[in-house]
Design a protein around this ligand. Sequence first.
Ligand code: M6R
Length: 598
Amino acid sequence: MCGIIGYIGKKEAQPILIKGLERLEYRGYDSLGICLQKNNKLHILKKKGRVEDFKRLPLLANIQGNLGIGHTRWATHGVPSQLNAHPHTDCHQNIAIVHNGIIENYQLLKNVLIKEGHKIVSQTDSEIIVHLIEKFYHGDLEEAVLKTVNLLEGTFGLAIMHKDKNNIIAVRRGSPLAIGIGRGEMFLASDVSAMLEHTRQVVYLKDNQMAVIRRNSFQIKNLDGQKAEKEIKMIKWNLDQIEKSGYKHFMEKEIFEQPETIKDLLRGKIKNNTIKLSLNIEPERIKRIIITACGTSWHAALVGKYFIEHFARIPVVVDYASEFRYRNPIINEGDLVVGISQSGETADTLEAIREAKKKGAATLGIINVVGSTISQAVDSGIFIHAGPEIGVASTKAFTAQLTSLLLFALYLAQGNNLKIEKALILELKQLPNQIKESLANHKEIKALAKQFYKSKGFFFLARGVNTPIALEGALKLKEISYIPAEGYPAGEMKHGPIALIDKDFPTLFLAPRSATLNKIISNMQEIKARKGETIIVTNDPKRLKRLSHSVVEVPLTSEWISPIINTMPVQLLAYYIADLKGCNIDKPRNLAKSVTVE
Ligand code: M6R
């Protein structure tokens, strides 16, 4: 996820671009850059870091013009650095582009371009786009762009400018772009928040559309060459709201982003019913896997144990990263140590990985932030591509971790010639839709939050592969609403925790169809017998309705997909309860987004 901004008009473009980038920073904030056109020359400035530092660069005084593009980056290919920052230019600095998205076939195209003599200087997938435009450019920029995008596989929102042209070309496939209409000036941005202080009239580009934007006009056409309609929309939101795209909190926004993040994550990873991960490991040589992580990522690790042991039949140990290195862990030949971290900066997880390496283990990271310290410390990595997660409570990164672990387990199974059911692969492809369906229950869950937000405590219970989701539900609730909450395997209740049950201490059950559904029904009866209130999240509502007034139906999936689906109601419940209690949801007390101390 990156942010794009563009301006063409009579004003000095630089302050408009920089302010726009400031507003887009939530989309990515590892590096940024701008390109302005003046006297038939492109003037570019790029830097690693945040807009705040960029604004202080003395060189900015030299970057002027009335036409320009800018970009704030969330690294996917190549570490955050000045060289990898956008805009990227062709070999002769005649054309500049900024890109949001992922080009899946970039390596192939890069090889061809290098053979043809193009000088590619960054590690990004994006830079090849501008070299392709250069290759096809013979005076007609539009034509060159069209020929280029026809070769690209993946997603893109693109803004393109040429030193001699009085226009900006924008193209969209998968990554958002909107044109802002001003008086004698036009804007372009990934998110309308970046141009809201200049105009409220916008046109959202649709997928597979291209726009040629001039100072006083713009044309939109489809990539097949057909002219497209311009649908002008009036934006009614105020600046404060739109920064969260109309959501009240970043956490809420990130919960509802999950169908998209999972769609992005799955793209290109399933081909011909086979899992495609480019990993530097040999599955047949792995004898044992140790997964280490903290907090929510540790819960993902627990689910990963179920996935890997079931599908790949490789034994898995899950360890708190904060404990791992201090207990002189035993590492044997054939051990793979996996570190899971959203931020890639958690000190405990980083030190656990370093300890494992010291002891000779092969290491793998499952990480969101490209270029982070853990991503650089591991031998091999899976990037979950969930985009920037701003809310301190991890939500979309968690489901992206779960999905990555399921893909990893199936990849290991494949490598060990174990059979994978085709039906499961089909279900995985349907996962973004199933998540969407699960989120559609939000009104019902909001009503439950109203009913239960004054509770003195909460239990979250489940069995099997859903047990870690019960733990995660409890963590979400306690970290943002400050209500004491515990997650347990349902069968453990009777060994002590049940003593806490009374009418003000409700229990949420995750009860999908599975071999242990009858057992969990008995556990529900045990709670009811002690006057405890229950909320049941299930894909078998007919069977469970008689047991509770509060049944939340989720889509029916295989048991192996159910932990991802069941995460939606527990995240939503925590969110709505915290909101009713008036808590500071995005920045809960005492917590930080990435914990870089031990
Ligand atoms: O960035 P990481 O995944 O390494 O962070 C680990 C934990 O600090 C993190 O998951 C924390 O528990 C969150 N606040 C949970 O919402």
